[in-house]
Design a protein around this ligand. Structure first.
Ligand code: 13P
Ligand code: SF4
Length: 354
């Protein structure tokens, strides 16, 4: 066997190991083993970095190595540091675009260019310019769930893993008492609440606060406080329990965040579980594939799976489409250079904060 064959075999074995004991996921692996082998061969032959967001379906997720899976922040960092000539981004388009902004000399592929995001899709650079005109002197912090032209008009980018730190930093650097946060209206309200709790006299303005714009994640907006309380009652998960936890994403409504044991980015949730070995039951108020993926990593934890909240955009990324994209090197993501340079500045400023 050649060196490459050994490497593919060992990757296949480790995927199978990861999915063994996960019932349907293991069966799914066996049914798709040939296709996955073909994908791994192409990844090896073409020297591709395959980044996988935490919301990918388990089989797609398992194609990425341990250090190539994660939240938006972790994957941006990986994209920025890779020496591989091709990046395949298993996630939505704004994520692949961010990889291109950070690694312009690389070929960045996405399996389906239609993989959008309800937060990113409605907003343009004009919205940011209008807010700047309305609130002169206020720095603009833009959530990574946005396209390059919007990032290019912003002072800072941020992700759910560092949004509060970046907003505080932007206010400190500019000396302003007000920060414009785009485009997630619910996350902005959560940030405003956290700042108040921390004693910060800082105003956050965002779409929907003083106008009829509204930026929302179509998945996370569906969670309600009543739903969380039901889960706690039905599954015996009282707030503050040492053996159970409800973990909530910052994109959820503030009433849902108020019901959480912990709030964070998708990878923050995984780290929270790692830090608490006494946990035996966890509910994740986020996209449902995340629980399926974490179940492989934390076999000792029961993930309450009453969830029916899937992201239609993330689900566009399938093995079939990945194979085609790798075979023909199609669905390349590109960003005009003038926009890329400006967007990069906002991302670099974020990466400089933490
Ligand atoms: P994370 O950066 O926390 O993974 O979130 C990305 C996202 O799209 C959440 O809906
Ligand atoms: Fe966008 Fe929500 Fe899907 Fe994340 S889960 S990609 S925020 S629509």
């Amino acid at each position: 066997m050649s060196h490459k064959d050994i490497s593919i075999k060992s990757k296949l074995d480790s995927i199978e190991e990861r999915l063994r004991g996960q019932g349907d996921q293991h069966l799914d692996f066996l049914a798709h083993k040939e296709q996955i082998t073909r994908i791994l061969e192409l990844v090896e032959r073409k020297n591709v970095l395959v980044l996988g967001h935490n919301y990918m379906a388990p089989l797609v997720y398992s194609i990425s190595g341990e250090k190539e899976r994660g939240d938006s922040l972790a994957l941006s960092r990986r994209a920025a540091e890779t020496r591989k000539p091709i990046i395949l981004f298993d996630g939505v388009r704004f994520m692949a675009e961010t990889a291109k902004i950070l690694s312009p000399e690389k070929k960045v592929l996405i399996a389906d260019v239609e993989a959008g995001c309800s937060l990113a899709d409605p907003f343009t650079a004009d919205d940011i310019r209008a807010y700047r005109a309305r609130y002169p002197g206020s720095p603009v912090v833009t959530y990574i769930n946005s396209y390059a032209d919007v990032k290019a008009e912003s002072d800072y980018c941020c992700t759910s893993a560092n949004a509060i730190a970046v907003v505080k930093h932007a206010a400190r650097e500019s000396g302003a008492r007000r920060v414009i946060f785009f485009p997630d209206s619910l996350m902005a309200r959560n940030i405003q609440n956290e700042l108040r709790r921390d004693g910060y006299d800082l105003e956050v303005v965002y779409p929907g606060r003083d106008d009829d714009l509204f930026g929302r994640c179509e998945v996370h907006e569906k969670f309600t406080a009543e739903h969380i309380r039901d889960i706690r009652r039905q599954f015996d998960m009282p707030k503050g329990a040492s053996n159970a936890a409800v973990l909530v994403h910052w994109e959820c409504p503030p009433e849902v965040v108020a019901e959480a044991d912990y709030c964070g980015s998708t990878s923050d949730m995984a780290r929270y579980i790692t830090r608490r070995p006494g946990l035996v039951r966890v509910y994740l108020a986020t996209e449902c594939e995340m629980a399926a993926n974490l179940a492989s990593e934390f076999p000792q934890v029961e993930f309450v799976r009453t969830c029916g909240f899937f992201c239609q955009h993330m689900r566009r990324i399938t093995l079939d489409k990945i194979l085609r994209s790798l075979e023909d090197e199609v669905h390349e993501v590109d960003v005009p250079e003038a926009i890329r340079v400006k967007a990069r500045r906002a991302i670099d400023r974020m990466l400089g904060v933490d």
